[in-house]
Design a protein around this ligand. Sequence first.
Ligand code: RIB
Length: 313
Amino acid sequence: MSVPSPGIVVVGSINADLVVTLERHPRPGETVLGRTLTVLPGGKGANQAVAAALLGADVTMVGAVGDDAYAETALSGLHAAGADLRAVRRADGSTGVAIVEVSDDGENTIVVLSGANTEVTPDVVAASADAIRDAAVVVVQGELSAPATAAAVRAAAGRVIVNLAPVMELDREALLRADPLVVNEHEGELVLAQFGGAKRPDHEAVVTALLASGFASVVMTLGGEGALMSDGGPVRHVPAPRVTAVDTTGAGDAFVGALAARLVAADALEDAVRFAVRVGSYAVQYPGAQPSYPTPADELPEVLTDDHEEASR
Ligand code: RIB
């Protein structure tokens, strides 16, 4: 039997983000003038892998890019972070592209054209089965196909973080391997609905109902309000530092990458969530989905607004 390595394997999307800044988002049917256009590395999987690697983890990325001009940009952050890219395929055709609009208040809208990410089939995942099986932590999200994502979960022998963003219909047995399931408040309600759960009155009740559905642990991100978490005990609220958001793109990915980095370092889930909340708050203060986190990671709290208090509700 193989022994899990101390590393993280992220099986997920890799995109080039075409980021348009604008004063405010247009309403349907409306035209507004943008301010700037920048092409940056993105993709939820890549963003998570970059965050984990920059925070000190040993990260392998499983995914695909195309053979177009966007491929190098899409991979640039992963390269710079030192992620192992030997399991990233070069497919014919387009790299995944996301059209990201960021308004002056830091809020974004995103349209993703999956491109080469659709080339990550269960067979492609199977080609990396050894690395996935040997990883201490495997991270998946919702931007690859459900069969490919389920194949990654099934190949894992270590801890699996399922960030179901965006929400998709994932094989029930694979989904319940999540430990933790990481969702935002909207995604949490959608996942609960997949289990036949009725609408709940508040976020804490959604987390409780997800646990009752069979998840070993659940983390619900709440943006500037921090996160809720439970691994079977009472639902805990982890508040976020108060910061001014410049760009919220990828903040959830930074959170997941940081969570993986701490879980692979054997933190308890609550400690990992506390750290991840701070990293997510750090990320929104900088443009782009792959900001340059300070290294070593223990310098991070000095960069953050330090009003992180103990709390529960
Ligand atoms: O979560 C943010 C990411 O979503 C962007 O980087 C974009 O590529 C989309 O995948």
